[in-house]
Design a binder for this molecule. Sequence first.
Ligand SMILES: CC(C)(COP(=O)(O)OP(=O)(O)OC[C@H]1O[C@@H](n2cnc3c(N)ncnc32)[C@H](O)[C@@H]1OP(=O)(O)O)[C@@H](O)C(=O)NCCC(=O)NCCS
Length: 135
Amino acid sequence: MWKCERVIGADLDVEEVLGVYRASTLAERRPVDDVERFTRMLAGANLVVVARTEDGRLIGIARSITDGAYSTYLGDLAVDVAHQGQGVGRELIRVTREEVPEAKLVLLAAPAAVDYYPHVGFTRHESAWTLNRLK
Ligand SMILES: CC(C)(COP(=O)(O)OP(=O)(O)OC[C@H]1O[C@@H](n2cnc3c(N)ncnc32)[C@H](O)[C@@H]1OP(=O)(O)O)[C@@H](O)C(=O)NCCC(=O)NCCS
């Protein structure tokens, strides 16, 4: 069995988190080879929920930024392929949402997950806009 809980991102072992990004395939779309930047991503996220097996193995993560009152941006959701399809992603989202129930949860879906989010209750927003990173 596994369970999800909120943690402090900066307290996580970066190599362990990199492991779950790689094991989920999300590493293909994140700057995992720039460990200094990845470490800042983890420390800068103020709402991090992890899923661990009974023996403590990290199998999933939801990395978000929230204002604690109105909006939560879910930057990354990743579940180890060996544990996908068991409800871990759904539970990571549920716990993230429960932490700040007043906040709307927003995200950008990775191509592999565009059909996932409507399946777990998200609605597509027709007026979402982004500006690309400056660097
Ligand atoms: C997307 C992801 C987080 C889902 O996590 P998961 O733990 O496998 O999902 P769950 O087990 O909670 O799935 C819940 C439901 O969604 C379905 N589902 C899972 N992945 C899906 C997908 N890619 N597309 C459509 N439906 C999907 C499951 O079959 C399940 O359906 P059910 O409730 O009818 O049985 C996981 O597959 C993953 O890490 N993917 C690679 C990284 C990625 O693309 N992350 C998203 C970044 S935005």
